[in-house]
Design a protein around this ligand. Structure first.
Ligand SMILES: C[S@@+](CC[C@H](N)C(=O)[O-])C[C@H]1O[C@@H](n2cnc3c(N)ncnc32)[C@H](O)[C@@H]1O
Length: 233
């Protein structure tokens, strides 16, 4: 049963026009690769979601913002395959032609330096990252000092990092780790879906689109924390 499932995962990933199996040769060339017609309007914005899960957020963002380029990264193959299937649904079963501003990659966050050139990304989304609550696993948190220097390097001078989480401890941790790694917190809220919502959505349209995890936490009325931060230069 499991073997059949894995085979299906590989089949989905191999056949999906959005999945780039080996993205390292694309480093520095993402905008050339994703020819969307947006090139005429100057340098299109490139956004990366790290840990995109089953892909609701990245697929809906790509559909809602055809002039912006989106890359969804998920390290688990079976989960990335779910995103690939979702992309097909969002394209109305019309494929890459209907959603040309999206690509999906299967790398772990620590490998992103091999996949993007310095300054190539305008916005990084961290959405409901695994909290890794034990102190001994703190380095695995996607807002730890193991990852933040990588994001700093890949972000453009005007770039920013947007972070949503339900997890109180991970948010508190990130409020300390980001400034310590040379980021400035530009906006934040402890209740994203409360009265700050409209203000925050003006700087980040990602506020308006929920992820799978976010939907679950909204359902049980758990407050969502949010921050937007820029790398100090
Ligand atoms: C809690 S889930 C959240 C999924 C989705 N963002 C959402 O909000 O519904 C976190 C996801 O991040 C992925 N992930 C964790 N660490 C990662 C890493 N170092 N690189 C890439 N993906 C990672 C996990 O496999 C998992 O699918």
């Amino acid at each position: 049963m499991r073997i059949r499932y894995l085979k299906k995962t590989e089949e989905v990933l191999e056949n999906s026009p959005w999945v780039i199996d080996d993205p390292t040769p694309v480093a520095g060339r993402w905008r050339q690769l994703m020819k969307t017609g947006a090139e005429g309007a100057g340098r299109p914005k490139l956004c990366l979601e790290i840990g995109c899960g089953k892909g609701k957020f990245i697929c809906q963002m790509a559909k809602a913002h055809p002039d912006t380029l989106f890359v969804g990264d998920e390290r688990v193959s079976t989960i990335l395959a779910r995103t690939a299937l979702k992309a097909m649904t969002e394209s109305g079963d019309r494929g890459l032609e209907a959603l040309p501003n999206l690509r999906l990659i299967r790398v772990s966050a620590e490998e992103l330096e091999e996949v993007f050139a310095p300054g190539e990304i305008d916005r990084i989304y961290l959405t409901f990252s695994d909290p890794w609550p034990k102190d001994k696993h703190a380095k695995r948190r996607l807002t730890s000092d193991r990852f933040l220097p990588i994001y700093r390097k890949l972000l453009s001078p005007e770039g920013d990092l947007c972070f949503k989480t339900d997890n109180d401890a991970l948010f508190e941790f990130s409020l300390e780790s980001l400034p310590a790694a040379g980021f400035r917190i530009l906006d934040m809220s402890h209740d994203l879906h409360g009265e700050d919502f409209d203000r925050l959505s003006q700087q980040d349209p990602g506020v308006l689109v929920t992820t799978e995890y976010e939907e679950n936490f909204i359902r049980i009325q758990k407050n969502i924390h949010y921050l937007r931060a820029a790398a100090l230069r």
